[in-house]
Design a protein around this ligand. Structure first.
Ligand code: SF4
Length: 590
């Protein structure tokens, strides 16, 4: 039935695998073979795709599979203690299925709930927020009693918007066609000109000029029988970011209206929202927004009664792969493939989804574009500072009294955001997530702007009790895990960085290791295929520079220290063989 619903299309492979797994809990070989048969691919290709995404299980998991968010701010909030407590209560080992097959518990990357963690995913379908000892104990009892997640208290699944500071994007009433009326009154050319006047730049991190991107796509030839395509990148995978979650739950009409404006400007008929798998709980809400807009003539054929203004949107769920936030990897995933970034050129605006010119913009970018279409470019350009027009939404989490989302005009200082969030005794702020910038005391008067401190939206606060080395170590683990493996410097380099961090954390570090870390840092910056590898060592670079003592206290001295105790490793063999040659005890210093 799943295959039939998707017409056996290869492009729907990730969706098909998601839906099949929801029925079977995991994906045994025979199931993958049946899917392969249904979509006309070899089992090896289908297994290769399934193996790429973290949320597809090629080994059994429990009928209730719990994945705890493992971002560093979740760890600081006690997530690992909660995992240990739950496993102890259930009598299970992390990452192993209970003897009766009922439950399994594991860790996953940031789930986008850093403002209300510790949090967990339940069968990648529901979320659990604000977990604490009492909730974990109650959860364990219910699981041991065989209670299904559908019977758990609804408060456990509650996700609050936590809008602490609203500006023109977050405070606006729902857009129900106002931008589309303005667009039609002004015309596509003039609307594109307004966008150029606004100075809007992409909110996903790279900050590319939005009007320029749309103009390039508009100018690209469309293959025969094809169309241009509009894609909303809602794969908000950067640890510590959750502002797109809030926009999608509170301002979905603005996002969809922005996509529809783009469609008319570009001459696009098809659109996608690529929704990160962790936000599966938003799917029904988004589907209802699309349905309501279709019924109101704001989506579908002949929008607002205008002949030829045909545009509709499908929602595509991701399956847990950070790299799919990169636009060409996202397009590969939309086409049902492994999310490996493409070699460019051609750029997606020339040849994107199925070879068609495609614009990929962030959720916040589309929301801003909708308001610009209505209120004009001069209005937006009047907000913010030169070169960084408009407002920016920040996801504030970590050591502060008021975590949540804050919308400020560009130009706000880091100190102003810290004060608004009630942060005290702050030692470090990670702006823009692990791939962004770590700032220390003395830098908090810097401004959020493309030419000072750019940000994709994460704002993680660490007070003086936190260890910057441990923060950077957590991010190193994240990047090693999320590297897609396509290019060697990133695949090997991120793992080597992580292992070097591990070694220092175990107390086996020396100046030699610090030198190696610096060498890896400069290597990764210049040699990787995509931005993930190029930015993977930013936390290392920033913390080494700003918090050298956090590293220095882990270094034993200038001489090489092995990462393990050779004699301890050889002891079992010596015991078994009864041989313990004094001459075989090599000195461990190099
Ligand atoms: Fe994949 Fe990393 Fe290379 Fe990007 S840099 S293509 S994530 S291996």
């Amino acid at each position: 039935a799943v295959l039939r619903r998707h017409g056996g299309q290869r492009a729907a492979l990730v969706q098909i695998l998601r839906e099949v797994q929801a029925l079977t809990h995991w994906l045994p070989r025979e199931v993958l073979a049946a899917v392969a048969d249904g979509v006309g691919l070899t089992p090896a290709i289908v297994e290769g795709v399934a193996g790429f995404y973290r949320f597809f299980h090629l080994q059994p998991v429990g009928r209730v599979h719990l994945l705890f968010s493992d971002n560093v701010t979740d760890r600081h909030a006690g997530s690992r203690h909660l995992v240990a407590r739950l496993c102890e209560r259930l009598g299970v080992v992390p990452d192993q299925v209970s003897a009766d097959g009922a439950v399994s518990v594991g860790l996953t990357s940031c789930t986008g709930l850093g403002d209300q963690g510790p949090a967990a995913l339940v069968n990648q379908h529901q979320v659990l927020t604000r977990l604490d000892d009492a909730r974990i104990d109650d959860l364990a009892m219910r699981l041991l009693a065989g209670e299904l997640p559908t019977a758990w208290p609804s408060a456990w699944h509650q996700v609050m918007p936590q809008i602490r500071q609203a500006g023109p994007l977050l405070a606006a009433p729902p857009l129900l066609g106002e931008s589309l009326h303005a667009l039609l009154a002004r015309g596509a050319d003039a609307t594109l000109a307004e966008l150029a006047t606004s100075g809007l730049r992409g909110r996903g991190g790279a900050g590319f000029d939005t009007a320029r991107k749309w103009a390039l796509c508009r100018a690209a030839p469309v293959p025969e029988g094809g169309t241009r395509v509009v894609v909303c990148n809602a794969d908000e995978g950067e640890p510590g970011t959750f502002k797109d979650r809030v926009l999608l739950s509170e301002q979905a009409d603005a996002v969809v209206e922005g996509m529809t404006v783009a469609a008319h400007v570009l001459g696009a008929r098809h659109g996608f929202v690529y929704l990160r798998g962790e936000y599966r709980f938003l799917l029904e809400h988004l589907e209802s927004v699309l349905a309501r807009r279709r019924a109101a003539g704001l989506l579908g054929p002949g929008i607002l009664g205008v002949e030829g203004f045909d545009f509709d949107i499908a929602i595509h769920l991701g399956a847990g792969a950070y790299v799919c936030g990169e636009e060409s990897a996202l397009i590969e995933s939309l086409e049902g493939k492994r999310g490996v970034p493409r070699i460019r050129p051609p750029f997606p605006v020339e040849q994107g989804y199925q070879g068609q010119p495609t614009v990929v913009n962030n959720v916040e970018t589309f929301a801003a574009a909708a308001h610009i279409a209505r209120q004009g470019g001069v209005w937006w350009a009047g907000l913010g500072v030169p070169g960084s027009a408009g407002t920016k939404i920040h996801s504030v989490s970590g050591d502060c009294a008021r975590p949540g989302v804050y919308e400020f005009p560009f130009g706000v200082t880091v100190a102003e955001i810290l004060a608004a969030a009630g942060a005290r005794d702050t030692q470090m702020v990670q702006v823009g997530g692990p791939s962004g910038l770590a700032l220390g005391v003395g830098e908090f008067d810097r401004r959020i702007a493309f030419d000072d401190v750019p940000s994709a939206g994460a704002f993680m606060v660490f007070d003086a009790t936190r260890d910057p080395f441990e923060v950077a170590h957590g991010f190193a683990e994240f990047f090693a895990h999320e590297s897609c493996g396509f290019c060697t410097p990133c695949r090997v380099g991120t793992e080597l960085v992580k292992r070097r961090f591990d070694k220092l954390a175990r107390g086996h570090g020396s100046v030699f290791d610090e030198r190696e870390l610096r060498a890896l840092e400069s290597l990764l910056h210049g040699t990787t295929h995509c931005g993930l590898g190029a930015t993977a060592t930013n936390p290392l670079r920033d913390t080494l520079q700003r918090f050298p003592t956090a590293y220095a206290r882990r270094l034993q001295g200038p001489r090489f220290v092995p990462g393990f105790d050779l004699d301890a490793e050889l002891a079992p063999a010596r015991r078994v063989t009864g041989r313990d040659d004094a001459g075989a005890h090599l000195p461990q210093e190099g």
